[in-house]
Write a protein that binds this ligand. Structure first.
Ligand SMILES: [Zn+2]
Length: 246
């Protein structure tokens, strides 16, 4: 089982969620929204090789937490995983668009300088702008667009650029997303929950809920669920190896 985008530190009881993840053997990318949260969140998964903690500065917090870029720079050498980072073009975030751009550019610059990272990227209503930034820093690493909601054209551009995608159960309930998933390269896809932000029937999703995307993916790509599972694990392994090779 793979959950490549979960906010473990934001569950009311992170330890019990982590314990369950360990029992189930789930591979989790535990993302953070501020550099300040990284050390504490990383400590939650200490000694657990299947849980990696990504260093992030969420675009929705860009204005408020821009000053934490200094800490971001200090911590970047401690992890190969970056996120949640990116841009948000929603009406609530547009007023501080320039702060978002400053933060994302600086994040990508640090990733490039440190030899490239694996990045989990937020691109709500900003996929073209995210791609523009990524093109400016081709050595930043491997970008994984989490919960992609851009246009078909933006998707084609992201695929051409070499982006990966992480897909949660919520994406599979949208006809447009299902169409787009069919276009995505099978060897650049992983599953995610985006819990606890993402909810289903009033309850937050947990990392093990990422697995609910498997059946949907299998149907779209005309494979069996077990074939799907094997492919996704191969993808994860290749992604991990790409980091180790650096
Ligand atoms: Zn998220």
């Amino acid at each position: 089982m793979i959950d490549f985008h979960a906010h473990l530190d934001l569950y009311p009881d992170p330890s019990s969620v982590i314990q369950r993840c360990t029992e189930l053997g789930i591979y989790v990318l535990s993302v953070t929204t501020t550099p300040t949260a990284w050390e504490r969140t990383s400590a939650l998964a200490s000694g657990l090789p299947r849980i990696r903690t990504a260093l992030g500065l969420h675009p929705q917090l860009a204005q408020q937490r821009k000053h934490e870029l200094a800490l971001f720079r200090e911590l970047i050498g401690k992890t190969q995983y970056i996120g949640e980072v990116g841009l948000d073009g929603g009406p609530d975030c547009k007023p501080f668009w320039n702060d978002q751009l400053d933060v994302f550019h600086e994040v990508l610059e640090h990733c490039s300088r440190s030899g490239g990272k694996i990045l989990t990227i937020h691109s709500r209503r900003a996929a073209s702008e995210v791609l523009k930034c990524l093109r400016a820093y081709p050595s930043a690493g491997i970008p994984i667009l989490h919960w992609f909601t851009g246009s078909h054209k933006e998707l084609r551009d992201a695929i051409d650029f070499g982006c990966w995608f992480s897909i949660g159960p919520a994406m599979l309930s949208s006809a447009k997303s299902r169409e787009q998933i069919a276009m995505m390269p099978h060897d650049r896809v992983l599953t995610e929950s985006d819990g606890p932000f993402t909810q289903h029937e009033g309850h937050p999703l947990y990392p093990w809920d990422a697995n609910r995307a498997l059946d949907g993916l299998a149907t779209i790509w005309s494979k069996s669920t077990s074939e799907m599972k094997i492919e996704l694990h191969q993808n994860l392994k290749r992604l991990g190896t790409s980091v180790l090779e650096k």
